[in-house]
Write a protein that binds this ligand. Sequence first.
Ligand code: ZN
Length: 156
Amino acid sequence: MAIRNIRELGDDTLRAECKEIKEMTPRIKELIEDMFETMYEANGVGLAAPQVGIRKRLVVIDCGDDPLVLINPVVLETSGSQTGQEGCLSVPGKVGIVTRPNYAKVKALDENMEEIIVEGEELLARCMLHEIDHLNGIMYVDKVEGELMDVDYDED
Ligand code: ZN
C-alpha cells in the first residue's frame, strides 16, 4: 500500500469525465487500498479516483460506519434537503456551505464487482453525492453558497 498524491483544484484530472471500470484487476485492487490509506492519512471521509489522478469511476468512503467501495456508482433516488458545511481533500484548508439532498440511494459494484445498493442520510448521503460528483468533473466549490471559508483548526 502507498499514500498517493492528492490532486488539488486547478488540476485537469479533477474536471474529467471518468470512465467505467469493466473488470477487477490487481492494479485496481491496489488503487482501492491506496485510496483508503491516502484518505485516512488525510483525515478524509471520502476520496474519488480522479483526486489521485486516475480517471476511473471509483470512490472510497468511510463516514464512521463500514468502509465503502463504490465502483461505477449511479444515483437511483434522492429526497429531502440538507444545508451544511462541506470540504474536500482537493481544496485543502477550505470549507463552504452546500445544499444537497438529505437522502440518497446509490447502486454500485463493490470490490468483488458485485452489485450493491447503498442508502444513506445526512453525512453519508452528502459524502456519496460529493464523491460521485467528482466522477463527472464536478467540485463542491461549483455548488457552494457564498464564499469559501478557512478551516478553523482550533475546533479540531
Ligand atoms: Zn472532494
